[in-house]
Design a protein around this ligand. Structure first.
Ligand code: ATP
Length: 322
């Protein structure tokens, strides 16, 4: 099949570097003589026929911007057969022969469903959580982890000045990559991740008290969102140790900001590879990073892969965090 027109969409949570991926998709496709359609607000754009023509200049001046110029959405309607049928009709109407779907695992499930309905799709992994099983790296993680580091460094300044314990929640409902990496980078006393269950008394409070005995006066506890309430944990630490303890939820600040070099370069490579596949009529794939190289997998296989928690980094964190 000769691929004449491809679409590009961003879906799920936004991540810094999505724009760089969109740019790479648009420019690569145009350089191959294809036309490109921008699909607005993820799968909703396909259902609602919200489609724009993209040219070389449509993606000017976006490589350094966080967020996504195509907007993003979660689309419950797309999970229904009726929604998919409407999306397929929109593709037919605009002559869209294939779509690059930039987002997380949910976005890949949508891409698989659309591929099964005859519209070849290629997924590009973008989420600040780095929690996509098929890839070692997701676009947005590096920027987000650097934002966390900067924020926690600031909290350290004030915690140090007041001899306080600062308990910080970073994003990550089901995965602790952001917490683990930012915790190591910030010299956290304890890092709590959903993958490893810790005992509050033994693993957190006793550790703080032991560090206090060696002269430590301020403490940083980094907690992944999925572990539980940082307010409650701060209260618990304060009531047992007597150390003034404050909770901070970093929240959406972690999503925004100018993408790092790592995210811009990875997004450019992945966007380019996604178009290479679609231009050959190959769909139902996701691109991924493995051993530093860009590879691609069948979407079904990708969704069934399992990602190992970084036990080694966790061990390092435990050894040096006292
Ligand atoms: P992140 O969780 O990192 O923000 P994500 O891509 O996993 O990114 P989701 O909200 O899970 O985010 O999925 C994005 C969209 O993909 C959904 O709103 C829906 O339109 C589509 N989608 C998700 N799961 C499925 C599914 N099982 N089948 C079809 N489409 C799905």
């Amino acid at each position: 099949m000769k691929v004449k027109t491809i679409g590009v969409l961003t879906s799920g949570g936004d991540a810094p570097g999505m724009n760089a991926a969109v740019r790479a998709v648009v420019r690569t496709a145009l350089s191959k003589g294809m036309q490109v359609k921008g699909i607005i607000r993820g799968y909703n754009g396909l259902i609602d026929d919200d489609i724009v023509d993209m040219n070389i200049r449509s993606v000017s001046d976006i490589i350094h911007r966080g967020g996504t110029m195509l907007y993003t959405a979660r689309s419950p309607r797309f999970r229904e057969e009726e929604g998919i049928q409407m999306a397929v009709q929109t593709c037919e109407k605009h002559g869209i022969d294939g779509i690059v779907c930039i987002g997380g695992d949910g976005t890949f499930r949508g891409a698989r469903d659309l591929s099964l309905h005859g519209v070849p799709c290629v997924g590009v992994p973008a989420t600040i959580d780095n929690d996509i099983s098929s890839t070692e790296y997701t676009i947005g993680f590096d920027t987000a982890v650097n934002t966390c580091m900067e924020m926690v460094d600031r909290l350290r300044d004030t915690a140090q000045s007041h001899d306080r314990c600062t308990v910080v929640e970073v994003m990550g409902r089901g995965a602790g990559y952001l917490a683990l990496h930012s915790g190591v980078a910030c010299g956290a006393t304890t890092i709590l991740v959903p993958e490893i269950r810790l005992d509050v008394e033994k693993d957190i409070i006793d550790k703080i008290l032991n560090s206090q005995r060696t002269g430590k006066k301020h403490f940083i506890v980094v907690v992944a969102e999925g572990v539980g309430s940082v307010d409650r944990l701060a209260q618990q630490i304060q009531s047992v140790t007597g150390i003034d303890s404050r909770a901070t939820v970093l929240g959406h600040v972690q999503r925004g900001g100018t993408p790092s070099v790592r995210d811009r370069v990875t997004a450019s490579k992945m966007g380019y590879e996604a178009v290479q596949l679609l231009s050959q009529g190959i769909g139902n794939r996701v691109v991924a990073e493995k051993d530093g190289k860009i590879v691609d997998y069948d979407i079904y296989d990708a969704l069934n892969m399992e990602k190992d928690f970084d036990e080694y980094l966790h061990e390092v964190a435990n050894a040096i965090s006292n």
